[in-house]
Design a protein. Structure first.
Length: 382
């Protein structure tokens, strides 16, 4: 049964069509009809542009809340990011003592248990699971991570994942034992990403050969590329199919973003957003750190970048306006590629049977409405 029909320029897996998209009563797309239209023509009219909902694999916070707070923090964060077009995300934890992680996971478990599918669900991004960013990283490349790096413990992983599903694990492959455990982690269903690392190029390649699949915020908090010592960044540029990048024009120089776009076929965008996202300048929490938002960035007291205030709607606009990407490709890099990376076949695309995760934009790529599993932002705000 169709409960709503949206008209406009609709990005399907086969390209844009000018037509109509029907949403069924269980929050899935039931039909898409229309005629093909060129991607470069969709912004020439006043018709709405319908894109797949954005997917963010790296979210620490937003709306003044931090995932590490536990409690209902994740629900507030999910709502803030949904307002900006992110329809699903991975709640990302910080490197922290085990007790702090338990608190964060307990809060996530409670939020996930009360999040219902379909029309009865409160508006907010679907939390698909957890990105465990550390603690199995190199203490010499913490970036903005608190200094609680430690050896990987499979018992800890099992305990935490039983509370709230861990989908991604960031680790440093050069740390003792990490390279040898990657295959077992992959076989257990985890996605392994490389980051917060001083790995050599060779160690990065060895980790990929063992099943590691991605790189955490490419170029940031990893051994840099040099023509005689390519480092972990060089391993990514030479061999990766997938990698995260933060396209806020602050974390990575635009020239380096262009290199990554040419080198990594399915490079996808993340925000690495903090509790300062959507908030005025001031002091906020990032795990055990106090961070300061000012001049568009978030930093520790020593000036180290500490996450961002980026949202994925701004990332989309940056890809189009700063890097000249075609809108369909830009959409893939904030949605489809991340969905494919996570194995989410019913998200990241507008097609019959997929979840009705939809971002409605005007010709300036400003969000007009968002649907999460068929639930409309406008209806929720009415």
């Amino acid at each position: 049964m169709t409960v709503r029909t949206l008209d406009g320029h609709i990005l399907t897996p086969a390209g844009f069509v000018r037509g109509a998209l029907a949403i069924g009563e269980i929050g899935r797309i039931t039909a898409i009809t229309g005629d093909a239209v060129a991607s470069d023509a969709v912004r020439d009219s006043a018709l709405p542009i319908l894109l797949p909902g954005f997917i963010d694999c790296h979210v620490h916070g937003g709306a003044g809340h931090d995932i590490m707070e536990g409690g209902r923090a994740a629900a507030h964060i999910a709502r803030l990011h949904a307002e900006h077009g992110t329809t699903s995300l991975l709640a990302t934890t910080m490197t922290a003592p085990h007790g702090d992680l338990e608190k964060a996971f307990s809060g996530l478990a409670a939020v996930l248990a009360t999040a219902q599918s379909g029309q009865g669900r409160p508006f907010g991004a679907r939390i698909l699971g957890v990105h465990l960013e550390g603690p199995y990283i190199n203490p010499g490349k913490l970036g903005a991570q608190p200094d609680f790096a430690r050896a990987l413990l499979t018992t800890e992983l099992r305990e935490l994942s039983n509370m709230a599903s861990i989908r991604l694990i960031t680790l440093a492959p050069e740390m003792p034992g990490n390279l040898d455990v990657i295959r077992a982690l992959c076989d257990a269903g985890y996605r392994v990403q490389l980051g917060h690392s001083l790995a050599t190029y060779e160690e990065g390649v060895a980790a990929l050969e063992r099943g590691a699949a991605g790189f955490t915020h490419l170029f940031n908090a990893m051994s840099a590329f040099h023509h005689r010592e390519p480092g972990l960044a060089g391993a990514a540029l030479a061999h990766a199919t997938y990698a995260e990048i933060i396209p806020d024009l602050l974390h990575v120089h635009p020239g380096a973003v262009r290199v990554a776009l040419k080198s990594i076929p399915r490079l996808f965008c993340v925000t690495d957003s903090t509790s300062a996202t959507g908030m005025p300048d001031g002091e906020y929490r990032l795990g055990r750190h106090t961070v300061t938002k000012c001049m568009g960035g978030v930093r520790l007291a020593d000036g180290t970048l500490a996450g961002s205030t980026l949202t994925l709607d701004q990332a989309l606009r940056n890809l189009v306006s700063e890097f000249g990407l075609d809108l369909a490709e830009a959409s893939a890099r904030v949605s489809t590629f991340a969905a494919d990376y996570l194995g989410e076949t019913e998200r990241g695309r507008l097609a019959p049977g997929a979840w009705a995760d939809i971002v409605c934009l005007d010709r300036d790529l400003t969000i007009q409405n968002v649907f999460v599993e068929g639930v409309s932002r406008d209806d929720a705000n009415a």
